[in-house]
Design a protein around this ligand. Structure first.
Ligand code: NAD
Length: 344
């Protein structure tokens, strides 16, 4: 039996990616919409074979408790609103899939994990790139030994934001700049492909004077992360650069590259060894469909999701350290954290 989702927040991502993905998924179906603008919600409901009765305002959210067909709530709101809605969903006994970044800081993210645990509901961070065959192939290349000893990793995720009024440019809503929005993909995927937590970070940030887009947030963050075994990763993220989305893992014997690495589709993987450059092709899939199906199956089977809330907290811990290093100009050592990989 399929799992019914209520989607909270009807922005571009919801309308163009998430609703189509839920509607074409194998294990989920679209049951309800939650919005600040009822008219917009009703129009979207009608376009997706729902009725006006399936649309709720933020204030009516708790009425979902009466809907037994809604088992999962997908939070797709500005980052600072995640905690409130995750906790409200948990109090209703609904399982929660929450967009990245999990929150705007470590304390709020941890409170969300605790609230879901206490309520006995599952919490998953929507890290779509951990549900693609290409990213798993990179991880496999690292873990199978095909690359030899891994030495260095580099990754860029950047684009240009134009609107200084957008919530993404406000610290209060976003909790940071490009790092928490798109740089988080580089961070999260490097932790995923290595299966290791960084030991230290060293960072630099740029905030151009007089550009209203960067009155509160940074334009760019560049950071280095050190891992066990002398592996070093170099990453850049920016809201003022051409679209770039790359990942490269270089080992002693071979290297593996994804370019683009974090787009919604058409990722291109190249594995170069001493013989040749291999470009394997993968069957068509939908990243968002894979993540909503995974969470639906976890709910049915009572399993912890592959990217639980704790995975979101882990990234917040590293991002805090990156901002601290950029502020102080000093390398920041990270506390030894239990490696998630060991527990799943
Ligand atoms: P968006 O600006 O399109 O807005 C999402 C929803 O929040 C809309 O319904 C909007 O009405 C509402 N909203 C916006 N500003 C608000 C405000 N100030 N007060 C109340 N409601 C407001 O945002 P988005 O791009 O859909 O991002 C939402 C979340 O999804 C973010 O956490 C973002 O990081 C994440 N996201 C993830 C991906 C991905 O690939 N996984 C892509 C885009 C966004």
């Amino acid at each position: 039996q399929r799992v019914g989702y209520a989607v909270v927040g009807l922005g571009k991502l919801t309308a163009e990616e998430l609703i189509p993905a839920i509607r074409t998924s194998r294990h989920a179906f679209l049951a309800a919409l939650v919005t600040s603008e009822k008219d917009k919600g009703v129009a979207l409901a009608h376009a997706n074979d729902l009725t006006e009765d399936d649309v709720y305002t933020y204030g009516e959210f708790e009425r979902l408790a009466e809907r037994d067909d809604v088992e999962a709530v997908f939070i797709v709101l500005p980052n600072s609103m995640h905690r409130e809605f995750v906790e409200r969903a948990a109090r209703m006994g609904k399982h929660v899939l929450c967009e990245k970044p999990l929150s705007t800081n470590v304390a709020d993210a941890q409170a969300m994990v605790d609230a879901c645990r206490e309520a006995g509901v599952l919490l998953m961070t929507a890290y779509r790139c951990q549900y693609t065959p290409e990213h798993w192939a990179v991880r496999e290349a690292v873990h199978s030994g095909r690359l030899g000893t891994v030495r260095t990793i580099d990754s860029i995720h950047s684009h240009t934001e134009h609107d200084p009024e957008a919530w993404r440019m406000r610290m209060e809503y976003a909790g940071g700049g490009p790092l928490v929005d798109v740089g988080i993909y580089s961070l999260n995927i490097i932790r995923f492909v290595l299966g290791k937590e960084p030991l230290w970070v060293f960072a630099d940030a740029n905030r151009p004077q007089g550009d209203p887009r960067f009155a509160e947030i940074e334009e760019r963050v560049s950071w280095m992360m050190g891992f066990e075994g002398g592996i070093v990763a170099n990453c850049h993220t920016s809201y003022g650069s051409r679209d770039t989305s790359t990942l490269r893992v270089v080992g002693e014997a071979a290297k593996v590259e994804l370019d683009p690495a974090f787009n919604y589709g058409c990722l291109r993987l190249t594995l170069t060894d001493t013989e040749a450059a291999h470009q394997p092709r993968f069957p068509y899939y939908d990243q968002f469909g894979n993540e909503v199906d995974h969470f639906a199956q976890c709910i049915r089977e009572g399993k912890i999701p592959w990217t639980p809330g704790e995975e979101g907290v882990a990234d917040h811990i590293v991002m805090d350290a990156i901002y601290e290093s950029a502020r102080t100009g000093k390398r920041v050592d990270l506390p030894a954290v239990a490696e998630l990989d060991a527990s799943r």
